[in-house]
Design a protein around this ligand. Structure first.
Ligand SMILES: NC(=O)c1ccc[n+]([C@@H]2O[C@H](COP(=O)([O-])OP(=O)(O)OC[C@H]3O[C@@H](n4cnc5c(N)ncnc54)[C@H](OP(=O)(O)O)[C@@H]3O)[C@@H](O)[C@H]2O)c1
Length: 283
């Protein structure tokens, strides 16, 4: 397949591009080459490349800043995706769009299925939901792939923050009352590959496998253990660590329907984490 990937300098794209390139022809464009908020350039890119699928890895991902940069977040995550959806629709090209567990409010208390009602609790989630809506309203053939707690070797993420703090501090305080599923960019990239090769359009949930009870504190403890760090991890409550944007307290994504539809590969969260940390520490 010929695949156009937007946001090629991002954390996910940096692992997705080499994995897709094993079997496909890629046109990877970063923000300077294709700003998705520029409707004309988006149309031209899709029209000129005529890919078999567009994968949108471009996004505004600053969750706390989004509470004040409302327009920018909506411009990229909402209108930018509208531009891609309109262009894909006009050229009859399927669109694969990456979305988030933050479209849910976290009050369900059991894993979210792709058919659950969305109700974001922060503006980043609102803007990502807008993107999902445009894809659903404007394209006939789409893959919306929701993921959560994403980390990888590139970019800023929780794993790299913990590794950095492990060399600077004797103790870190981490919230123990927000539950979710970490996802390695490598795991997500392989799943995206299998899903876009399937031709089975729809909404997918993709994360690494957990028991549905993993907190940021548990995640941090395992990071420190794998790094061989002596840093103590102290469990705290969300109330003790206020953030500008509210987070869903429980955002585990249910994988069953997605994996029955497309049997993408899956790894245990601890296995995927160990592989990522090994790569980071070796580099
Ligand atoms: N990170 C998470 O924990 C998480 C969790 C769930 C879902 N997701 C979703 O997963 C996807 C990938 O996330 P990620 O962590 O790889 O994000 P990322 O590292 O922030 O990468 C996003 C990329 O998009 C680019 N970009 C921003 N505005 C753009 C525009 N107007 N036009 C073109 N490119 C633009 C950014 O460029 P600049 O660096 O120049 O701004 C960056 O290279 C996103 O859809 C995100 O919402 C992420």
């Amino acid at each position: 397949m010929r695949i156009l990937v937007t946001g090629s300098e991002g954390m996910l794209a940096s692992d997705l591009i080499p994995i897709l390139a094993q079997d496909h022809y890629l046109y990877s464009v970063d923000r300077a080459e294709l700003d998705i908020t520029d409707a004309k350039r988006v149309f031209k890119a899709v029209d000129v490349y005529r890919p078999d699928v567009v994968i949108n890895c471009a996004a505004y991902t600053a969750v706390d800043l989004a509470e004040t940069e409302l327009k920018l977040a909506m411009l990229v995550n909402g209108i930018g995706v509208q531009n891609l959806a309109l262009a894909c629709s006009a050229c009859d090209v399927p669109l694969c769009h990456i979305s988030t567990d933050y479209v849910f409010d976290g009050s369900k208390g059991t894993p979210y299925v792709p058919f659950d009602n969305t109700c974001p609790v922060n503006f980043y989630g609102e803007s990502k939901l807008a993107g999902e809506c445009y894809v659903r309203w404007l394209t006939g053939r789409f893959y919306i792939i929701r993921t959560s707690w994403l980390y990888g070797r590139r970019g800023n993420n929780f794993v790299k923050t913990m590794l950095r703090l492990s060399t600077q501090r004797d103790e870190v305080r981490v919230v123990n009352d927000q539950i979710g599923s970490p996802t390695s960019t490598v795991s997500l990239a392989w799943a995206i590959k299998v899903i876009i090769e399937s031709g089975r359009y729809g909404i997918y949930h993709v994360t690494d496998q957990t028991d549905g009870r993993l907190s940021w504190y548990d995640f941090a403890c395992e990071i420190m253990r794998l790094a061989g760090a002596g840093t103590r991890v102290i469990p705290i409550t969300t109330a003790e660590y206020p953030t500008v944007a509210k987070r869903p307290v429980y955002s585990v994504l249910d994988l069953m329907a997605s994996r029955l539809s497309v049997d993408y590969p899956i790894k245990g969260w601890d296995v995927a984490l160990a592989e990522c940390i090994e790569g980071i520490l070796k580099a």
